[in-house]
Design a protein around this ligand. Structure first.
Ligand SMILES: [Zn+2]
Length: 288
């Protein structure tokens, strides 16, 4: 395969199938042109949504997995290459899932230190008195799915750190797959909220949630990390299989395989409804 931009060896094909016509377009990229294309899209996301300005204090929530790690690299590169005087703090939260998160946190520490950004780590045991593994062991037979506990407690931790640091923005690794899964979950509840929009401001909050990679797929994030030698952890959390979103994710991936581009169409359709002025619901899911 040949890159359609420079003629080099292609590593990625962007396909798009028309929702109406029997046509499908494609464009192939080599590793460099793919990276350039991703950087351009994220730069456009940041600039057109005014995500980053001089004087901003930004808390980047980074798990050590591919999406949030790539988000940190792209956000920080954008700030430096555009001379934006923003302070970026890197937060990693250890929920206490065996040694899985401990290894994630150490990796995030290394990324932050190499970039010269302040690193903050928190853990559930100190913040909430129990690890996620302990909560799992004590969960009643009719208890919630584990991600409910995890997202709620992690969100509280993120908001607490943001308040103590006095940041005005929280950057998340929410990607296109996450955003569409969130939309499906909302529709099942009969709710349309604005938490998956590129910028989300909870009612009455001085802090905005920004999602610089909201329109990048998980596959694109993973490939960007790989071709740029950005070390990430690729293991799945042992509890994620419990989450309904895991099933939704698999179904959406099948839909995207058969109809390339449909995830972005779904996102744009849902975002249009959210922008139409539906009431916002409070805070924490954006910290997922
Ligand atoms: Zn190329």
């Amino acid at each position: 395969m040949i890159c359609d931009v420079c003629g080099g060896r292609a590593v990625f094909t962007r396909r798009e199938r028309s929702l109406v016509h029997v046509t499908e377009s494609s464009k192939r990229f080599c590793a460099k042109c793919f990276s350039d294309w991703i950087r351009e899209r994220v730069a456009q996301n940041i600039s057109s949504n005014t995500m980053l300005q001089d004087g901003d204090r930004v808390l980047a929530c980074v798990s050590g997995e591919k999406d949030s790690t790539v988000m940190l690299h792209l956000l920080d590169d954008y700030a430096r290459s555009n001379g934006i005087g923003a302070e970026v703090f890197v937060l990693s939260v250890d929920e206490g899932i065996g040694d899985y998160r401990t290894r994630c946190v150490e990796l995030v520490r290394q990324h932050a230190e190499r970039r010269g950004r302040d690193f903050i780590d928190r853990n559930f045991a100190d913040e909430h008195g129990a690890t996620l593994d302990v909560i799992f062991g004590a969960r009643p037979s009719d208890g919630y799915r584990m991600c409910m506990y995890c997202c709620t407690l992690r969100g509280k931790t993120v908001v607490d750190v943001a308040r103590k640091l006095g940041v005005n923005k929280i950057a998340t690794g929410l990607n296109l797959n996450d955003a569409v899964e969130h939309a499906v979950m909302c529709l099942m509840k009969g709710v349309i909220d604005d938490q998956s929009l590129p910028v989300h401001v909870p009612p009455g909050s001085p802090v905005s949630f920004i999602s610089p990679i909201f329109n990048l797929s998980g596959l694109e994030c993973g490939l960007f990390a790989y071709v740029n030698s950005i070390e990430v952890l690729n293991e799945d959390c042992r509890y994620c299989g419990e989450h309904l979103r895991d099933d939704i994710s698999r179904s959406l991936n099948l839909l995207e395989d058969a109809n390339p581009g449909i995830l972005l169409s779904l996102y744009e359709g849902y975002a249009a409804l959210a922008r139409a002025g539906q009431p916002s619901s409070p805070v924490l899911a954006a910290a997922e």
